[in-house]
Design a protein around this ligand. Sequence first.
Ligand code: NAD
Ligand code: IPM
Ligand code: MN
Length: 351
Amino acid sequence: MEKKIVVLAGDGIGPEIMASALEVLEVITQKSEVTFTFEAHDFGGAAIDSCGEPFPKSTLEACESADAILLGAIGGPKWENVENTPEKGLLALRKALKLFANIRPITVPDVLLDRSPIKEEIIKGTDFVIVRELTSGMYFGEPRFLGDTEAYDTNYYHEAEIRQIMRQAFKIAQGRKKQVLSVDKANVLATSKLWRRVAEEVALEFPDCTLSHQYVDSAAMKIIQNPRAFDVIVTENLFGDILSDEASVLPGTLGVLPSASYGETGIALYEPIHGSAPDIAGQNSANPVSMMLSASLMLRQSFGLETMADQIEEACFATMEAGLLTSDLGGTASTSAFTQAVIQRIQGEEK
Ligand code: NAD
Ligand code: IPM
Ligand code: MN
């Protein structure tokens, strides 16, 4: 199997954790039939610095011909005040590849039970998925305007966009506990009233699953109060962004949460849910697990390489189990020390 992986390392800790994940992928495929060609391209702030725009045409063309895309993270204080920000580049990439579904699995492995500020008995066994709509809603609605004394954004959803993400959520639920929770603000927002109606319609196509609804404010509370109650949460772009960062408090850090984005073209993108962490960039202290697990998701979902995907997951958890933790989890391990320990475990298993 030969595959082309487009690598967008990005900014801040992006290149640090990407280097870790690529090293792991190289080691894991070494003695296999799988050959990955990694093709690095400028993206985000790094691309602004090198060619004046966050999402150059050459990067788009590379992504369009990729078998899968790995993205580190983009953004940072250096590019906050430019016209065409790294964040705009990221939104343009998602839109260009029609990546409408962002899947964010939230689990708490036993090894992290005592790392969370939430009590162990509440988080033990947490295992749900946030299905975040990624190419519409408040992020893309027009018109938008920023004046000196006034500003506005538009939250827009078309029925077809809601139907598409709902179907994705139900399909995911069919492989799990078959419980879909649609999160909205239908007591206030017109978009949410449409969202709820379409959710009900799509539910009829999936009689083996249950659908319930919850307002986003209440869901935000329940995620912390009783996270085990959730199976599949489907929600609009902005709510999904916020709820998933909140959910990272359950495993104790953003640094262990991966994501996968799927679209209409068949090319999927894998990235951590967190950002470029400018506060710790350049210190060799970032937790690379989020990026390694994103690579593992790529192996599983894009290429069906289940065994290798499992190996990466197990090596990450076993390394943490052995007491090696980065500073976000209260430890002192550096990014590179953690990475080498994961690699040694993978190589140990192969012997
Ligand atoms: P952030 O997610 O970068 O960081 C939030 C906190 O989590 C920080 O304290 C950071 O140190 C910590 N953290 C995040 N990932 C970590 C890891 N792997 N290991 C250890 N600690 C980690 O959020 P922010 O600070 O609000 O945003 C910084 C920049 O990143 C902004 O420019 C933002 O727009 C951008 N951003 C990009 C993406 C993306 O590329 N997909 C996602 C979110 C934010
Ligand atoms: C994420 C990020 C992005 C988002 C930003 C950087 C545009 O927070 O991927 O979660 O809001 O989608
Ligand atoms: Mn976010």
